[in-house]
Design a protein around this ligand. Structure first.
Ligand code: 2AM
Ligand code: CA
Length: 265
């Protein structure tokens, strides 16, 4: 398997479907919006169409691979290779005309991620990496921030939208971080948050109750850019999304301990 060539093919595919998303975004109306399992879990025909477009192309790249996609448009399971796909990460932004949304694609070889691509559609920024590579943004090498102090850090998070049982602990963590950093951002696409950690724009990103397709591509790119990705207990986890802390590595233990103190108490 030539991971580099494969990665560049996935980059081209992401750009292609990104153009479609941008065009469709101009036409989206209220009647195009459906709720999934919860009133605020939104989906449009664009999410579903893009997932089908992506899967149709990826099938030609690795014929026996399976798919773990947010919209569940394929139930194919691969023995060795499985693509993890979020066709549109940031659907709520997309629907509301907030121009931050992305395509996120990762490839899992057995239990290991070997390729990740996050394409932020409106700025046309493509972040990517493959097994043993550096991390790249539109052809230029990127790396995580070298900040050593919380005071020099900009953090990102996402607010819970259905799993509210840890809300008070979450707010205490936010209060702490707001007071000791340059600030906290909530931009609405976990894949973009992770890509920004990889590029050194954010020192760290954390959230809980996410899914593999929200994080797998971006988490892999963070690691290839020199960062660290764990759950809130500090165990490496690039896939589950149940709890994610991705950082520049230097600040990881400090952040992990602060989060664990409130969230895991
Ligand atoms: P999505 O746009 O693909 O659904 C932001 O907190 C992250 O949570 C995004 O990656 C977003 O991915 C995910 N998410 C899933 N369901 C959501 C919802 N109902 N509201 C906000 N974000 C949601
Ligand atoms: Ca999505």
């Amino acid at each position: 398997m030539n991971y580099q060539n494969l990665c560049m093919d996935v980059v081209a595919l992401s750009r292609e479907v990104g153009r479609f998303m941008k065009e469709e975004n101009k036409k989206i109306r209220g009647s195009d919006v459906e709720s999934k399992e919860h009133f605020n879990s939104l989906v449009t025909y664009v999410d579903k169409t893009v997932e089908k477009m992506v899967i149709a192309k990826l099938e030609t790249f690795i014929p026996n691979a399976g798919f773990i996609g947010e919209e569940g448009t394929s139930d194919k399971i691969g023995d060795v290779y499985n693509w993890i796909i979020d066709p549109l990460d940031g659907t709520t932004n997309f629907i509301h005309g907030v121009p931050i949304y992305s395509v996120s694609i990762a490839l899992k070889e057995n239990e290991e991620i070997v390729l990740g691509v996050v394409y932020e559609v409106n700025l046309e920024e493509c972040f990517y990496a493959w097994k043993d590579s550096k991390a790249y943004l539109n052809g230029k090498e990127i790396s995580v921030s070298s900040a050593k102090r919380m005071e020099d850090s900009l953090l990102a998070t996402g607010f819970p939208y259905w799993d509210f049982h840890k809300m008070d602990a979450y707010l205490r963590i936010m209060k702490d971080f707001t007071a000791c950093t340059r600030g906290l951002r909530r931009i609405g696409s976990a894949a973009v948050d992770l890509a920004y950690v990889a590029a050194g724009r954010f020192e760290a990103f954390y959230e809980y109750s996410l899914k593999p397709w929200d994080i797998a591509g971006g988490a892999f790119i963070v690691e290839r850019a020199g960062g660290k990705v764990t759950d809130f207990s500090g165990n490496r986890d690039l896939i589950s999304g149940k709890e994610i802390l991705a950082s520049n590595g230097i600040l990881h233990d400090t952040l992990q301990q602060k989060i664990a103190k409130e969230f895991l108490a």
